[in-house]
Design a protein around this ligand. Structure first.
Ligand code: MN
Length: 726
């Protein structure tokens, strides 16, 4: 603890020491009486994380946030607001970023799987907002992994698995090679202890054999480079155990075929010296064909830069040589964190560039995903899994998950390139769209015109979640054309029922007002909204008729004023509609009442049932009460709705929704937007986080109800919705 204070003072000066002391005291209070699994006081954990980041060269806010990183999650009554008040916004946001959602929000209703993906979604978005969040999180995880021995076996397995699936790939994604290797080896040891020991023994015996050969090669190499005036530091680098294991698994190779089991690392002063040294080395040792890689000219997407080559030693043992500058070396070990070590250095721009790339992918995936599960899947599979590198014809490198196709590549470049893909060329030759891309493939996409679009079977071809989401999105939006068409027809039908012609009503002076009121940019938006149930056709029609009525009245008045002749007699509509809007064939004189069992709406198929002494009661044709009266067919009477029936009719619907605080809000919002006021609502929580909501409201027609049901169905929180009898 004292060491942390001393180092902090050395780095940030005495004036800033009080900040760290405050944070230390705050964390100490928040974790008072808490113990680690090792029975050590809890505070040792955040102190270790902060010390690690201080050592790595991170800035003051990050170190302070590291000290506080578990206070919201584990402390009583510690909130982001409190931290902001005490330590400022920057620190508070960093701590909030590494804090699990479930702890800060105290939601208990979601399942374990949902909880995990909600937490991951929050973490990924926090990283996209401030990349230091990932650095704190990884340092946190590293310390937890280093002290995992104290946990129970079940917890060890769970933590190690999560580390291997999420955190090691995250470290790799951000170029943090040192943390990644340690996380992988620690996880490997807990998850597969036998394989771990076997591989370790294998590597150990092989290394002993190779060290001698390598030592002499290193001495020769250093001498030759000095002769040529190239100053170089040479070191042997053992490969980490998990990567050897993976390499042997992947290529089914024996340990002898893993050439980079130990590599010689050559660190020189400049990029020029990297290539100069390579020339010297290739002149003296025979390089293995196909093993030279220039990651300086073409850095890996995680910013890794170096020259790699594999040489054959005089006694026939192949070995790898990696050439790089000191800066490239720091970048390979610490990745994005090196940005803070090289504040004045040249790498800042690249770092920010790559960060923007990650940020764009994360936000895009978030936008496309239907739920947090799909989002985290897309990040884990598309960006944190095993990948291949491919190139655009311009030489830009893209990493795509193993199994990706040219379509995945096209969608990664740009959504619209993806949509318009027609053919693909790989390394100059035409390939099928389901061709599986390999590392170093140069991929060229040939697109069609603006009108070209994806095909549904692409969904079976693409590998990446993001391409899948984009294709689905396209078809969803393509539905717009259908919606416009459907909306127009619905409005026409509604007009016809009112004995109106849409052509007469659709004048700009009438509909401008309607568009403005509903925020539609054009008529098509209005049709589309009617089509997908965003607004009721009756509502639009009445407004149009209203405008039309006012306009004709004005016209008539002005005509009367200007001409002395008699105005043309307006046709009086002849209607013999029953007061309730029911036409009874045969006996128009009967009294009519609506049944309360099935609440028929204008537009529903209906039947009348002659009740003793109470006239005709109206039921929906599919009402189960009526069906049970089937034998008394003689008392059934043929009725239908009058064309222009209007009025308020009460209906009841049942909604099955996700039991989320927001569900009822979203449902209510939709109803309010359609001018529906709910007269009765009753919610019942169900097992598995569901809720059943029964509600009643008034509508004017079955058509309007259908639109409302359609609208409700489209809400993400709604699983099912249907009309019920009350
Ligand atoms: Mn922690």
């Amino acid at each position: 603890m004292n060491e942390l204070l001393l180092k902090f003072e050395f780095r940030f000066g005495e004036a800033n020491l009080a900040l760290l002391e405050n944070a230390l005291a705050f964390a100490d209070r928040a974790h008072a009486n808490q113990l680690r699994e090792s029975d050590a006081p809890y505070i040792e954990h955040p102190v270790a994380v902060a010390a690690y980041l201080l050592e790595m060269g991170l800035d003051m806010a990050t170190v302070v946030a590291a000290l506080l990183h578990d206070t919201i999650e584990d402390g009583d009554d510690v909130t982001t607001e409190l931290l902001e008040k005490e330590f400022g916004r920057e620190v508070a946001l960093l701590v909030d970023g590494v804090t699990k959602l479930t702890k800060s929000g105290k939601q208990t209703y979601i399942t374990k799987k949902q909880e995990q993906s909600e937490n991951l979604r929050k973490l990924f978005l926090a990283i996209a907002a401030d990349v230091r969040v990932v650095i704190i999180k990884l340092a946190d995880r590293l310390h937890n992994m280093r002290t995992l021995a104290f946990c129970a076996p079940a917890k060890q397995t769970r933590i190690a698995k999560e580390t291997l699936e999420v955190y090691a790939p995250l470290a790799h994604r951000f170029g943090m090679g040192a943390i990644r290797s340690e996380l992988e080896d620690l996880s490997f040891a807990y998850l597969m202890p036998e394989e771990f020991e076997k591989t370790r023994a294998l590597v150990g015996s092989q290394q002993a054999e190779r060290v001698e050969a390598l030592n002499s090669a290193m001495r020769d190499m250093e001498e030759m480079l000095t002769e040529q005036g190239i100053e170089a530091k040479l070191a042997g680098r053992p490969k980490h155990i998990y990567s050897v294991y993976r390499k042997m698994q992947r290529s089914n190779a024996g340990i002898n075929e893993v050439y980079d089991l130990i590599a010689i690392r050559v660190i020189v002063d400049s990029v020029n010296d990297c290539y100069g040294a390579l020339g010297v080395i290739h002149a003296a040792w025979k390089p293995l064909p196909g093993r030279f890689k220039d990651y300086i000219a073409m850095p890996k997407p995680n910013m890794y830069r170096s020259l790699h080559t594999t040489l054959m030693s005089p006694d026939g043992i192949p070995f790898e040589v990696q050439l790089r500058t000191q800066e490239m070396h720091e970048m390979a070990e610490y990745g994005i964190a090196a940005h803070w070590m090289y504040k004045e250095g040249r790498s800042v721009e690249t770092v920010l560039d790559k960060k923007t790339h990650w940020l764009r992918q994360v936000l895009e995936a978030n936008e496309m995903a239907e739920n947090s599960r799909e989002f985290t899947d897309s990040i884990l599979k598309d960006f944190l899994g095993e990948y291949v590198f491919v190139l655009s014809p311009q030489g830009e490198i893209f990493d795509l998950p193993v199994g990706s196709t040219p379509l995945d590549f096209a969608y990664r470049i740009h959504t619209n390139i993806g949509h318009r893909t027609q053919h693909a060329r790989v390394n100059g030759a035409m390939v099928r769209l389901d061709y599986i891309l390999k590392t170093n493939d140069v991929v060229e996409i040939l697109t069609g015109g603006e009108k070209a679009g994806p095909s549904r079977d692409w969904l079976n071809i693409v590998k990446t979640q993001s391409a899948k989401s984009k294709i689905r999105q396209w078809f969803k939006r393509a539905g717009r054309e259908e919606n416009i068409q459907k909306g127009r027809e619905m409005l026409e039908a509604a007009a016809k029922r009112q004995g109106q012609s849409l052509a007469v009503l659709l004048k700009p002076e009438y509909y401008q007002d309607v568009l403005k009121r509903h925020n539609f940019a054009a008529l098509d938006d209005m049709y589309s909204a009617i089509g997908f149930g965003g607004v009721a056709s009756g509502q639009i029609l009445h407004k149009l008729m209203d405008m039309h009525r006012k306009a004709t009245k004005l016209e008539e008045m002005s005509r009367r004023l200007t001409s002395s002749g008699p105005a043309a007699a307006a046709p009086v509509p002849k209607s013999r509609v029953h007061p309730h809007g029911i036409v009874i064939h045969g006996d128009p004189g009967m009294a009519v009442r609506f049944s309360h069992c099935c609440n028929p709406l204008p537009g529903d198929a209906i039947v009348g049932y002659i009740t003793r002494g109470r006239g005709v009661s109206i039921h929906r044709a599919d009402c189960k009460n009526v069906r049970s009266l089937g034998q008394e067919a003689a008392r059934m009477i043929d009725i239908e709705w009058a064309a222009a029936t209007q009025g308020a009719f009460t209906v009841s619907v049942r909604v099955h929704a996700v039991d989320r605080v927001g569900s009822i809000m979203e449902i209510s919002k939709l109803l309010v937007n359609q001018n529906i006021s709910v007269s009765d609502m009753n919610c019942r929580a169900q097992p598995e986080g569901h809720v059943i909501i029964d509600m009643s409201f008034t509508v004017q027609s079955a058509e309007q109800l259908a639109l409302i049901l359609q609208g409700l169905k489209k809400l993400k929180v709604v699983m099912d919705v249907y009309r019920i009898d009350r």
